[in-house]
Design a protein around this ligand. Structure first.
Ligand SMILES: [Zn+2]
Ligand SMILES: [Zn+2]
Length: 267
């Protein structure tokens, strides 16, 4: 079994028919669990509803750093939403100066809000970090994010940066970007991250891996990411599947290893 540790099922297509088709396509290549990640307070209920409906889907709550003009979370409200037993993590949060440089102050305050909420409920963080390495790692440390840990998702930095995140107690998750031609520094990190701290993801609908690059991404394609990382590390694909799946359920203990299908009606 393999897990897609970060996807946005509802952003691919919110219709249940299409979601079920995506889950089935992923299951056909051995992908049996999905962490569907919230990007705004607006879509958080949609994400939660998917986890309430499908046993193989877990949900988070958080506001993406590039999300502007939507409802702004405070610690009390975010912690209240995150206390829900169906919510396994807080995020995605973080800093992204590539698209969001004009909102740096807002992003930094919002990241602190997320870390405080995560610590309040004792759930791990899902961190998005793009062109903001020093500020992200500094704020995580200042807010004592290591008390809850989490994942640096869609990791696009080099090995020294990975080491800094690992020292903070974070896992490192690689997406399809690791397969891109120009990604040699990311590949070096993917070779060297300790086995117990490694995850893989699609970040679908974004960033399809080679050979699907340019098409809409979907959770089934985490298979290509996992096989690629296995080859980089010189291990069997089945060994990598087992390792990242074990890592996922250890990092997100509230994610349940249920058989695929509809959850009991009571949830
Ligand atoms: Zn992200
Ligand atoms: Zn994402």
């Amino acid at each position: 079994m393999l897990v897609d540790s970060h996807c946005h099922l509802d952003l691919i297509d919110p219709t249940l028919e299409r979601v079920e088709a995506l889950l089935a396509q992923a299951a056909a290549v051995g992908v049996g669990h999905f962490l569907c990640v919230s990007v705004s307070l607006g879509n958080a209920p949609v994400v939660r509803a998917l986890a309430a409906r499908y046993a193989q889907v877990s949900a988070s709550v958080g506001v993406h750093p590039n999300q502007v003009g939507d409802d702004e979370p405070d610690v009390t409200r975010l912690a209240g939403l995150a206390a829900d037993p169906l919510i396994v993590a807080v995020g995605e949060t973080g800093l992204d100066y590539h698209y969001g440089a004009e909102h740096i102050t807002l992003q930094q305050a919002r990241l602190r809000t997320h870390v405080r909420a995560a610590r309040e409920v004792g759930k791990p963080l899902i961190v998005h970090m793009r062109e903001a390495t020093d500020d992200t790692l500094r704020i995580l440390a200042e807010e004592r994010a290591q008390e809850v840990g989490g994942v640096m998702h869609c990791f696009t930095e080099d090995w020294p940066t990975a080491q800094r995140a690992l020292e903070l107690g974070f896992h490192i998750s690689f997406s399809g970007i690791v397969t891109f031609k120009t990604a040699e520094p990311i590949r070096e990190a993917a070779r060297r991250v300790p086995a117990q701290r490694l995850l893989v993801e699609t970040d679908a609908p974004y960033l399809a891996p080679v050979p699907h690059r340019g098409k809409q991404n979907q959770p089934a394609y985490v298979r290509q990411v996992a096989d690629y990382v296995a080859a980089l590390r010189g291990i069997e694909p089945s060994a990598l599947d087992a390792q990242v799946t074990a890592n996922f359920f250890e990092l997100f203990p509230l994610a349940r290893k249920d058989q695929p299908g509809l959850r009991a009606a009571s949830r």
